[in-house]
Design a binder for this molecule. Structure first.
Ligand code: NI
Length: 371
């Protein structure tokens, strides 16, 4: 009987010894880990959980990225798992899961999509979207910028005005225009560029494209750009029966008015083709161009940039198309460069107001040099 106890004691001893040995070697073994910012350190294996929660990983190449859900959760996902997360509605770009709201003083608050509506309801009027919390102000040099409502007085004192001022006609100016849009892919990027540089351009939109992208037109108007008509469906107007002609113009004008709050003041007929009948029914100025970039033909940003910079001069109206990535790429380079050369980048309406004292319905404009 005694023997059994000895065996049991021996067995227990071995089990305990084995456990201690395993635990000891586990606790003592060190691993190298990497922080999200690339720092490297050695820790004991059992300490890893603590570090993992802060985004450290065991392999240098095992990069992780932060993923966001629209209800405000976030987590770290291995890079090769990002697509899996995206399939169930997560995103790796916080701005896709959230909206920013602003106070009149310019404070920003980021709200996750699922909570935004409820928050805004309870916050009253303190927090607003960007365009409600700010207003566009116009500088004497032809540049414009968004100013938070609380700062308006300060900008008035600096010589900015709240509405487009009739620019001093002696300032060199150019109107860049974009036909055939809006494009859901390219136009918003172009608007970002305009906003960044305080440049204002003119869009001659097709009613058929604009009716499903009215929010793009609304934003364009918000940042001081002009929205003109390029007719509803890009037909050759010179061949249309009067009813069809009037319909092409009126339907587009209605869409523009609804999106921007004002009817178009300028119209560009497709292919630049017009007759007296077209001019009489335009209900706006007929705006052609003096610099043809041929961007639609070359589809080459370098060539388009060159075509503009080689010929651009005061009063020019430049023809581009915001449905091509290459054309928006060109605009991204040309806009700051023309400003560096001293040109104010203004809308067609501003250019013609400044040089001719206003747009006349049915008159044809190609260029508006200082006279
Ligand atoms: Ni066109």
């Amino acid at each position: 009987m005694k023997k059994i106890y000895i065996y049991l004691a021996a067995a227990a001893f071995f089990v305990i010894a084995a456990c201690v040995f395993i635990l000891h070697s586990y606790c003592d073994s060190k691993i190298t880990i990497y922080s999200p910012t690339g720092e490297e350190t050695q820790i004991r294996k059992w300490e890893f959980t603590k570090y993992k929660n802060k985004g450290w990983t065991v392999s240098e190449n095992n990069a992780q990225t932060t993923m966001y859900s629209t209800d405000g959760r976030l987590c770290l996902a291995d890079v090769d798992e990002v697509e899996k997360y995206k399939k169930v509605g997560w995103t790796d770009n916080i701005s896709d899961a959230s909206v920013s709201v602003y106070s009149d003083g310019g404070k920003e608050l980021i709200l996750f999509n699922d909570c935004a509506a409820q928050f805004l309801e309870s916050a009253g009027s303190k927090w607003k979207n960007f365009y409600a919390a700010s207003t566009l102000m116009y500088g004497k040099d032809g540049k414009s910028q968004s100013v938070f409502l609380n700062n308006v007085d300060e900008y008035l004192q600096k010589g900015f005005s709240k509405t487009p001022q009739t620019l001093d006609p002696s300032i060199p100016m150019i109107a860049i225009t974009f036909d055939d849009g809006p494009s859901a892919q390219q136009t918003p990027r172009l608007l970002d560029i305009c906003e960044q540089y305080g440049a204002r351009v003119t869009f001659f939109v097709l009613g058929s494209r604009a009716e499903n992208n009215k929010e793009i037109l609304t934003r364009a108007a918000h940042i001081g750009c002009e929205v003109g008509s390029h007719t509803y469906s890009h037909k050759l107007l010179t061949k249309l029966a009067p009813d069809a002609l009037i319909n092409e113009i009126a339907s587009t004008s209605d869409i523009i008015t609804e999106a921007t709050g004002k009817p178009p003041r300028s119209m560009r007929p497709p292919y630049g083709a017009y007759t007296d009948t077209v001019a009489q029914n335009a209900g706006a100025g007929i705006v052609l161009w003096s610099v043809d970039t041929l961007d639609w033909k070359t589809m080459d940003a370098d060539q388009t940039v060159e075509n503009i910079l080689n010929s651009a001069e005061d009063g020019d109206i430049v023809l581009l198309h915001d449905i091509y990535k290459t054309s928006v790429d060109a605009a991204e380079r040309v806009i700051p460069e023309l400003q560096n050369r001293g040109f104010a980048l203004v809308t067609v309406e501003e250019l013609i107001n400044s040089r001719f004292g206003g747009i006349e319905n049915g008159s044809v404009y190609r260029k508006a040099e200082n006279r």
